[in-house]
Design a protein around this ligand. Structure first.
Ligand code: 5GP
Ligand code: ZN
Length: 142
């Protein structure tokens, strides 16, 4: 584990956290600077920087834990909804380079925005460009 990784230090118990779920491979704890009451982070215990670096089985365990936690988190703070997201990479706003899912409870008129508000200048893509992107993504899976 990288010695300077805050989340690895939380996994190791060197930094305290308000842990809401733990198993052999996944840890979930309250965010220290919550965007809303109940803001929870879900991480693999093993250090992987981004989703791209995370083995499929580990990513599956993280997502399965997110799936289990969402209703519990919403229920704990009486939230009717939540935003669930990964900041996947530095340019996307990831500050802690140990992959983590955010579960942010959302409330009516909480002043928050949808994921579509992430970007203000949307690209204007032609059909040809869309065709090329569609093909490149599909080819990237092969
Ligand atoms: P990111 O911007 O990397 O997606 O989000 C990192 C999150 O980790 C932030 O929401 C931040 O508040 C949270 N965080 C950073 N350091 C700590 C810490 O030591 N303990 C806890 N519980 N959360 C942390
Ligand atoms: Zn780490």
């Amino acid at each position: 584990m990288p010695e300077d990784c805050i989340f690895c230090q939380i996994v190791a118990g060197d930094i305290p956290s308000r842990t809401v779920y733990e198993d052999d491979s996944v840890l979930a704890f309250l965010d220290a600077n919550p965007l809303a009451p109940g803001h929870t982070l879900v991480i693999p215990k093993a250090h992987h920087e981004r989703l791209n670096d995370t083995p499929a089985d580990v990513a599956g365990e993280v997502l399965s834990t997110v799936h289990e936690l969402v209703p519990a988190v919403e229920g704990a703070v009486d939230a009717p909804a939540s935003t669930v997201a990964f900041n996947n990479g530095e340019e996307a706003g990831q500050e802690v380079p140990h992959v983590h899912a955010h579960i942010v409870p959302r409330f009516a008129e909480d002043g928050g925005r949808p994921i579509h508000a992430l970007v203000t200048d949307r690209p204007d893509l032609s059909d040809d460009e869309l065709d090329a992107i569609e093909g490149d993504i599909a080819a990237g899976l092969e």
